[in-house]
Design a protein around this ligand. Structure first.
Ligand code: GYE
Length: 334
């Protein structure tokens, strides 16, 4: 993972188009050992791809699933087998094993948590089936267990959020609470780390931190608990929009004004989040682009054709303040 990749300056508000691919690793995976039955370069051969999705926990996830299902179509040369793991690692392992049994051409998945994948990935390797990671990383010593990892730099997202908080609020003695994503998930671990690094040395203090599992319902519940426990919360850092939107409901129910009495910073920039930002209820959102379908299709085709692929493809993200959200909303795709 690219933990040493720092964005120059604080918030980048410049408009970038869709997903820009940035090679940040010179390593290349050995190619060409999977994909039996598909002849390289033939556009008429269908690629059977088994995809194990994390779940349906958030607006981000819905947009990500749609992007994958809309891209990996029969017209585009794919036979997509899709399963939803309902945020459970054992379901994902089961789905991957079943794809191995079915001898699919490629397996792709977004690992719900970072650790515990080596055994099943070794089974896929032994069966000669290439694996592509999308969205979330695995924590494994052996990077020959997958061909490529396509996704955002979550540490950078946390840092961008923290740098903006420091720029806006340092010197006010702000007390912050953190709504964390799913425990052990790459975006939870990395966004926490990036944010903590960025606020270190400022007078913003995180007084409590708890998981809301990336869902609106749990984000609301956790925020209700925080509001009962503390009467001096100034800032919420939510690891995704949905938990931030849940927090807004809890804050309003407690008779406070979100975005004013309690400032809110989130990650994702899905439509509902952007609307709340434009409405002044959220103060800043760091984008995480969910439209990974086209990149996945391209990498899968290359892997099957025996072409070289980049081991790490970093999806570039923007960040939005309230004014930028008002401008971006009309053209927002997700
Ligand atoms: O931020 C969150 C989703 O892994 C980047 O998962 C993804 C995260 C996203 O539930 O909304």
């Amino acid at each position: 993972m690219s933990r040493n990749f720092r964005r120059a300056g604080a918030a980048v508000l410049a408009a970038l188009t869709a997903t820009a691919l940035v090679a940040c690793s010179s390593e290349q995976a050995p190619q060409g050992e999977g994909g039996e039955g598909e002849s390289a370069g033939s556009s008429t051969d269908t690629i059977t791809l088994g995809f194990s999705q994390v779940g349906a926990e958030s607006g981000w996830r819905a947009a990500n699933t749609k992007s994958i299902q809309d891209t990996l179509t029969a017209e585009n040369g794919f036979d997509l087998k899709f399963s939803d793991a309902q945020q459970k690692q054992e379901n994902q392992i089961q789905a991957i094993r079943s794809y191995i049994q079915q001898q699919v051409d490629v397996i792709a998945f977004s690992p719900v948590v970072e650790t515990g994948w080596d055994a099943v990935l070794e089974e896929a390797k032994a069966a000669g089936i290439p694996v592509i990671l999308t969205d979330r990383a695995v924590d494994s010593e052996d990077d020959t267990l997958y061909e490529s990892f396509i996704g955002s730099d979550f540490v950078l997202e946390g840092q961008t959020a923290g740098e903006w908080a420091v720029e806006q609020y340092d010197g006010e003695g702000y007390k912050a609470v953190e709504l964390q994503g799913t425990t052990g998930a790459a975006p939870m671990i990395d966004r926490q780390q990036g944010f903590a690094d960025a606020i270190a040395g400022s007078d913003i203090e995180i007084i409590d931190s708890q998981t809301g599992n990336f869902t609106r319902t749990e984000g609301k519940q956790v925020m209700e608990g925080f509001l009962q426990k503390y009467d001096d919360i100034d800032l919420v850092f939510a690891h995704n929009d949905d938990m931030g939107l849940g927090a807004i409901e809890a804050i309003e129910a407690a008779g406070k004004v979100p975005g004013e009495d309690i400032k809110i910073i989130t990650v994702d920039a899905v439509k509902d989040g952007m609307q709340a930002l434009a409405d002044g209820k959220i103060n800043f959102i760091v984008e995480c682009n969910p439209l990974l379908g086209p990149d996945l299709a391209e990498i899968a085709k290359k892997v099957i054709a025996g072409e070289e692929v980049q081991k790490r493809i970093v999806v570039e993200d923007q960040a939005f303040d309230q004014e930028a959200a008002k401008e971006a909303l009309p053209d927002r795709q997700y």
